[in-house]
Write a protein of this length. Structure first.
Length: 64
């Protein structure tokens, strides 16, 4: 099978089914986006940042 024939088949497939595939994928993504718990994620993120970067090591002494 030549590359030209393969490209032609891929174009035909995209022309026939591409919009339906992308539309159904975007619906699923939008659902997950709206159901995501943003407040809890932000709280976990801030807590982790504090755990990682809230202390400073100065000449071997731990300081807060």
């Amino acid at each position: 099978m030549s590359i030209e024939l393969l490209m032609l088949a891929a174009k035909w497939f995209w022309d026939q089914y591409g919009k339906a595939i992308t539309d159904s994928a975007s619906v699923g993504i939008k659902e997950k986006w709206t159901k995501f718990k943003w407040v809890e994620a932000e709280e976990r993120y801030r807590t982790r940042l504090f755990e990682l970067y809230s202390t400073t090591m100065i000449l071997g002494n731990l300081s807060r």
